[in-house]
Design a protein around this ligand. Structure first.
Ligand code: WTA
Length: 630
């Protein structure tokens, strides 16, 4: 299935067609896939409910498009190379045929555990092939997967299991990440003390750490699949049936379960993959994300397999055993398209060029960036030292909610402008809105980034709470999907993403709501209240700065440590504040609202010029915070 745009000219003409007649455009692309039953209506939508249906009436199973349809032509071709954390350990690979059988065996295994179409399965796994197989096996039998990144704490895992009412958890005994080894299974055991919907835990033995077994509940992955038949019919799914839930953070409350459905997501994951990376048959693609994030869903699992691609799954981290690991892996598998995050690029750039020079990197054709704005210096270094000035850098802007890449260059077709994501993909209609919600039509402007027409992989709802989906994404500006990002459009119409305009902090490309972190801090018995803001961080993009009011007067270092532990317990170590400042009070208005604007400025290093502070209940608080600011 080749749905690749061959040139920039073709892009321009496809873009125009996709705007003039989106339905004809997408229905033409969707015909390249295998459907069990053709759709009756290409698109039905309104953004007010919101209600979006793509390819309604059609039925399919996405895994038939990822596996079965490739068997004849490329059954013996590699689907995945697996590179372990330890460079010396044996690597593994799976051909399309092997992957197909492994998926079928697990699908049968899931059925034998009573998992049926529509049931939710939580996947909490390291970056193993079994993690990927678990995802696909769910999709094959119509179970809805909810992958939880294996860096989240047991409490965060429990919240997600409970919200989705998951019946099964798939996990591993342990996880290796650089020099760290984590007992994942015990985290699951801990989480399940708070959950009552889970009937079984399927445990893949990966680190062989003798994790305790709960009789009657825990099932050994290998023993289960060994008994199963290696073919399994793919369950017929309606185009708008749920494919997966993925939890992500927003401005308020607990993380919400973003819902994607089968037909539209399939079409857009494959279309965006092939076009952004200009993937050609035989190429080796490597996305360094974790399957627990949307990038892993769309560009490790779905996009590449739908396209019959060969790709790399990497268990480790960029800095282990040293800062040359990414480049060693690129050379080892002769990677053609490499896709990573600015945080990784910045930290490897900082480590020194001696970690790059031993490697040839001559197989690379396209190098990509995702998850956060990439600064000019990191962009230039990536382009020069990794791409050897031969590879286009695709700076891909998108979100968990958009399902696939929205604004980006298309391989070497598109003009590049460092730090600019560039032009929208066909079918994507971004707009910039001003404060009042009016579209700004001219160029060389800045505004709130919104999208005005649905594309196939737009989120459909937030699991169990449709009203929340409406309020967060569709109510700010009527008739538009609101991204939460601010952006600029340059004189050539290229977009440059500035960053979040809401209370979301993007730390190393990971999203956290300030409210979510404050909630975790406030569970600490010594804490009276807290306020969390983001600030610019050289490596991570943004760092987390917590202003905390405590009632204890004793050991302040111990309190800081305990506040940090509360965040690790409530969310995970990845959300630990970079700076914690104990303060006697927070700057509040007379009505009790925290003036975050002031805290943000202090966190950014500003020590004066706070604008109008006359509405503050106690302006002297600001002085006292500045005195001890970090
Ligand atoms: C940010 C990740 C600048 C943005 C795929 C967005 C970016 C949030 C870029 C979504 C980029 C993502 N340039 N910022 N190329 N890509 N972002 O849901 O703020 O984890 O709203 O999806 O990351 O994060 P999420």
């Amino acid at each position: 299935m080749n749905i690749r745009i061959p040139s920039f000219e073709a892009y321009k003409s496809d873009y125009q067609k996709s705007i003039d007649n989106p339905e004809a455009f997408w229905s033409n692309i969707a015909e390249s896939f295998e459907w069990k039953k053709p759709w009756a209506t290409t698109l039905d939508w309104n953004f007010n409910d919101p209600d979006v249906k793509w390819f309604d009436g059609g039925t399919l199973n996405i895994t038939e498009n990822m596996l079965d349809r490739h068997l004849e032509e490329r059954g013996d071709q590699i689907a995945f190379y697996w590179e372990p954390n330890e460079p010396g350990d044996a690597n593994k690979s799976l051909t399309y045929k092997e992957l197909y059988h492994e998926v079928c065996k697990l699908s049968n295994g899931l059925k034998s555990l009573g998992i049926e179409k529509g049931d939710r399965v939580c996947i909490y796994m390291p970056m193993t092939l079994e993690g990927v197989i678990s995802v696909i096996a769910c999709a094959r039998i119509g179970a809805v997967h909810s992958i939880v990144f294996a860096g989240f704490s047991s409490n965060a895992l429990a919240d997600r299991i409970n919200d989705a009412k998951a019946k099964l958890v798939i996990t591993s005994d342990g996880l290796n990440r650089g020099t760290k080894h984590l007992d994942l299974k015990s985290m699951v055991d801990e989480a399940l003390k708070q959950c009552d919907t889970v009937e079984h835990v399927l445990v893949h033995k990966h680190t062989h750490n003798d994790a305790p077994v709960v009789e009657g509940r825990d099932v050994d992955y290998q023993s289960l699949v060994d008994k199963m038949d290696d073919t399994c019919p793919a369950t017929e799914m309606k185009s708008e049936d749920l494919l997966f839930i993925l939890y992500t953070s927003g401005s308020t409350g607990k993380p919400k379960g973003v819902v994607h459905t089968c037909g539209g997501y399939m079409v857009y994951a494959a279309y965006s993959f092939q076009n952004v990376f200009q993937y050609e048959q035989g190429d080796v693609f490597w996305c360094t994300a974790d399957i627990g994030w949307i990038t892993g869903h769309s560009y490790i699992v779905y996009g590449p397999l739908l396209s019959g691609a060969k790709s790399v799954v990497f268990e480790g981290i960029p800095t282990y055993p040293d800062c040359g690991r990414f480049w060693a892996v690129c050379d080892k598998y002769k990677v053609n398209q490499f896709y990573t995050a600015p945080t990784a690029i910045r930290s490897l750039m900082g480590a020194g060029i001696e970690f790059v020079t031993p490697y040839k990197l001559d197989s690379l054709k396209v190098i990509g960036s995702v998850g956060e704005p990439i600064n000019e210096e990191a962009w230039q270094w990536y382009h020069r030292e990794i791409g050897k000035e031969n590879c286009p850098v695709v700076d891909t802007w998108w979100q968990t909610e958009t399902g696939g890449i929205m604004i980006s260059g298309l391989g070497s077709h598109s003009p590049m402008n460092p730090t600019h994501a560039g032009y929208p993909l066909p079918g994507i209609q971004p707009v910039l809105l001003d404060q009042e919600g009016n579209e700004i039509t001219e160029n060389e402007v800045e505004g709130y980034l919104c999208v005005k027409h649905p594309w196939p992989s737009i989120l459909r709802t937030t699991y169990g709470d449709h009203e929340r989906c409406k309020n967060v994404y569709f109510s700010h500006y009527e008739g538009y999907y609101f991204t939460g990002d601010g952006a600029k459009r340059d004189k050539n119409g290229m977009y440059r993403i500035i960053g979040r305009v809401d209370d979301v902090i993007n730390v190393s490309g990971h999203r956290f709501g300030t409210a979510e972190i404050e909630d975790a801090i406030n569970t600490n018995d010594s804490v009276v209240e807290s306020a969390v803001v983001g600030y610019p961080h050289d490596i991570k993009g943004q760092g987390i700065y917590a202003f905390v009011v405590v009632d204890a007067k004793n050991n302040r270092d111990a309190i800081e440590q305990s506040v940090s532990d509360s965040v690790a317990d409530g969310i995970g170590r990845i959300a630990k504040p970079d700076k914690i400042q104990l303060v006697s009070g927070l700057p509040k208005t007379r009505s009790g609202k925290i003036m975050r604007r002031i805290l943000r400025k202090i966190a950014e290093g500003e020590r004066s010029n706070f604008g109008d502070t006359s509405t503050l209940l106690d302006p002297s608080i600001v002085e006292s915070i500045i005195e001890k600011a970090k």
